[in-house]
Design a protein around this ligand. Structure first.
Ligand SMILES: NC(=O)c1ccc[n+]([C@@H]2O[C@H](COP(=O)([O-])OP(=O)(O)OC[C@H]3O[C@@H](n4cnc5c(N)ncnc54)[C@H](OP(=O)(O)O)[C@@H]3O)[C@@H](O)[C@H]2O)c1
Length: 381
């Protein structure tokens, strides 16, 4: 009888961590789920068979304890400040415990000169993991999640408006992957390092969609006309400040404006869609309608009632009445590391070389190899 390796899932109560843990448990793998609160998500993990590790994943002592007896791990820095601190803590504990294989949730935008400090920290974390001598790595190089569109499920369902700063409504700017499919790629790599070690995969949905396409799908799913409204960055920042969606911090606001800027510049359309979900997990990627039906069925704000409509209208007025935050001032106040000459991905020749379609791009972080010196990790998708 083969003994399955035990797998640590960091950020296990989060979007991709939860799904990664549940899918591994379904396949019979022992899972240690790192969570910071004993809440309904922890209960769900425990009921599915996970061993809970309650702690602070930014604290080295906790990470060291969490990695005892672990063979493989999912590395997922929260979308929050101090991602590099998380990455350093994870890498030290992984090296001490000789973790054999890590799957890291990276970013399609990841590059070393990006204006987003979060994105630069993702790049640095990837680089640190690639220096671990005893650990192989698979990079999940995902772009803009399908989940992001459901930040505005309330105005879509209640007021018929998909209000996001995504640029021209007709431009097919993203092939959105479901959280379940992003997790399926991580799971495929965690259970089969022999095939996937050293690879970079970018999970996407099956088709490039424009904001108008997204609105049309939402119209079908919600049973009402939903119109895409391209809002200004200023209105977007006011909405985030007024409504404070889950995980919102002032710091995150300063980064989200850079990600919507990348969306408008077309970064998420580059080389999309891919066949990574099918190649690594063996399943077809979910289309946006399937994804949207799941959100509509589980989110209370999707149900059309007069109370919900009133709440949506009140929220809209709150947004209008909120002062526009100044992201540059916030970044300075928070002491974010800011580069003199940052580049969005389209302006980076190095990023374009590694991410253009039709080539088997090389990851632009060197991997140490005792025999060959520095060798690039190869990407397949
Ligand atoms: N969204 C996108 O479009 C996108 C695109 C590309 C890449 N990414 C990458 O996705 C990653 C985030 O993944 P995700 O969306 O799956 O995560 P997530 O939903 O943001 O979850 C992060 C989890 O970490 C937990 N956490 C925070 N601080 C903790 C601590 N000190 N100790 C223990 N747990 C802690 C949070 O707990 P609580 O829930 O209890 O607060 C949360 O459940 C980021 O690295 C980002 O770069 C996102």
């Amino acid at each position: 009888m083969s003994i399955k390796p035990k797998i640590l899932i960091t950020s296990a109560a989060g979007k991709t961590g939860l799904q990664t843990a549940l899918q591994l448990l379904e396949k019979g793998y022992p899972v240690q789920a790192f969570v910071r609160r004993d809440d309904h998500r922890a209960r769900r993990l425990e009921e599915a068979g996970a061993e809970l590790f309650l702690g602070d994943q930014f604290a080295l002592a906790d990470m060291r304890r969490a990695m005892k007896g672990i063979q493989r791990a999912y590395h997922c820095a929260p979308t929050a400040p101090n991602g590099l601190h998380f990455g350093a803590v994870f890498a030290i504990a992984a090296q001490e415990n000789r973790i054999e294989h890590v799957v890291t949730l990276s970013q399609w935008l990841s590059h070393s000169d990006h204006p987003s400090v979060y994105t630069r920290e993702v790049w640095l974390n990837d680089a640190i993991l690639n220096l671990l001598p005893d650990t192989t790595v698979t990079v999940n190089n995902v772009g803009w999640f399908a989940d992001n569109y459901f930040m505005v499920l309330e105005p879509a369902a209640q007021l018929g408006l998909l209000t996001m700063p995504l640029g021209d409504g007709d431009v097919k700017g993203n092939a959105p992957p479901s959280t379940e499919d992003i997790a399926a790629v991580s799971v495929g790599a965690l259970i089969d390092p022999a095939t996937h070690a050293g690879k970079i995969y970018r999970p996407t949905g099956p088709a490039l969609l424009s904001p108008n396409d997204i609105a049309a799908v939402l119209s079908t799913v919600l049973g009402r006309k939903v119109k895409y409204q391209n809002i200004s960055e200023s209105m977007f920042l006011k909405a985030l400040t007024a409504l404070q969606p889950p995980g919102f911090t002032e710091a995150t606001l300063t980064q989200l404006r850079l990600y919507t800027e990348e969306y408008r510049r077309g970064a998420f359309a580059v080389s999309a869609p891919t066949d990574a979900v099918q190649v690594v997990s063996g399943r077809e990627p979910e289309d946006f309608e399937t994804i949207a039906r799941r959100y509509a069925a589980s989110r209370p704000e999707a149900v059309r009632t007069s109370t919900n409509k009133l709440r949506a209208m009140r929220n809209f007025i709150r947004i209008l009445a909120t002062a526009k935050p100044d992201p540059d001032r916030i970044e300075k106040k928070l002491n974010h590391v800011l580069l003199e000459s940052p580049t969005f991905v389209g302006e980076s020749a190095e990023w374009r070389r590694c991410h253009q379609s039709g080539t088997e791009a090389a990851f632009d972080t060197p991997r140490q190899s005792p025999d060959e010196g520095v060798a690039p990790v190869r990407a397949v998708n």
